[in-house]
Design a protein around this ligand. Sequence first.
Ligand SMILES: Nc1ncnc2c1ncn2[C@@H]1O[C@H](COP(=O)(O)OP(=O)(O)OP(=O)(O)O)[C@@H](O)[C@H]1O
Length: 353
Amino acid sequence: MKPISECRDLSKTFAGPNRLFKRNRGVTAVDRVSLQVMPGETLAIVGESGSGKSTLGRLMLRLLAASAGDVFYQGESITDASGARLNQLRRELQIIFQDPFASLNPRMTVQQIVGEPLWLHEKLSREARHARVAELLRTVGLPAAWAERYPHEFSGGQRQRIGIARALASQPKLLLGDEPVSALDVSVQAQVVNLLESLKQQFGLTMIIVAHGLAVIRHMSDRVAVMYLGQIVEVATVDEIFDAPLHPYTQALIASAPQMQPGVSRQIPMLQGDLPNPANPPSGCRFHTRCPWATADCRQFEPINQVLSGGRQIACHRWQEINRDRSVITIAPPSAAFLRRRALFEQAVKQQA
Ligand SMILES: Nc1ncnc2c1ncn2[C@@H]1O[C@H](COP(=O)(O)OP(=O)(O)OP(=O)(O)O)[C@@H](O)[C@H]1O
């Protein structure tokens, strides 16, 4: 099966406030990330605030232009897509925003909000638009008769449903949920999560979910990519991430949510300190300043992203030592690219010695 969405060595640097200052290099929010999203799956991107999750999601939807690297959609490079092609992509690649209060135009009725893409992209007649909006509202669990109301007349959960109806109006293939439920009450969160799940089945959608909330991720996703300071440190199935995380950062992240694994959390060091400044990330492995396992090598050299059996990925110098007791892990034969990078790494270690 080929990925529906993919990025290779993707980077995004936001310029600093004053570009005239040479020392102000800006923030590299996403740094040489490679990731694949398979058709029909829900891939979650997790990490602390500021780790680059939203930026990566937006780059993969071409809502943002990359600074370097490539983005592919259905096998086609869309890195430099523009004009009519970009408009077409806007329909197929949709986003649901975190804040249902800010993302809907308060001066437009629900009919106008949800009907806008139908008018813009499909040029549907007024009657056809009304019928389609009514159908979309029913699909997301809202009465069709509410189409003439304004966003302020709805609760947070209902507004998020309107945002979902608007995204569905374009018949998307790939949906990015950028913290889709984090602004909602916990009871409403579960309803919206269940709605997204059932819509995914109904319309055969592929989803990328950007989220802090581990409970949401565990419930919704098939695979999880863990981000730290602009880089992906681990990619695995949701069960592997929660039951046998390999990267010390993933382990700390899971342990920081004690309700997820009562008892187990005590055995793993909790995450200490704050995320370093993304504008000036640590050398070597970016996690070394907070990692209880860090050695001199970790401080000096970036870890190689290793692909294990089943497509699991891990970028940590010491993951095997840290996880010595886990017999479940089998290692796939290393790729030629991995061997080349390891040879370069070993050469660099020798030169430093
Ligand atoms: N438009 C922008 N201009 C300048 N810097 C930006 C911009 N967007 C994001 N950044 C910076 O890029 C880094 C990553 O931001 P991003 O929003 O992608 O992280 P995140 O993991 O999604 O965080 P959060 O969970 O808080 O949304 C941060 O340091 C942020 O300040």
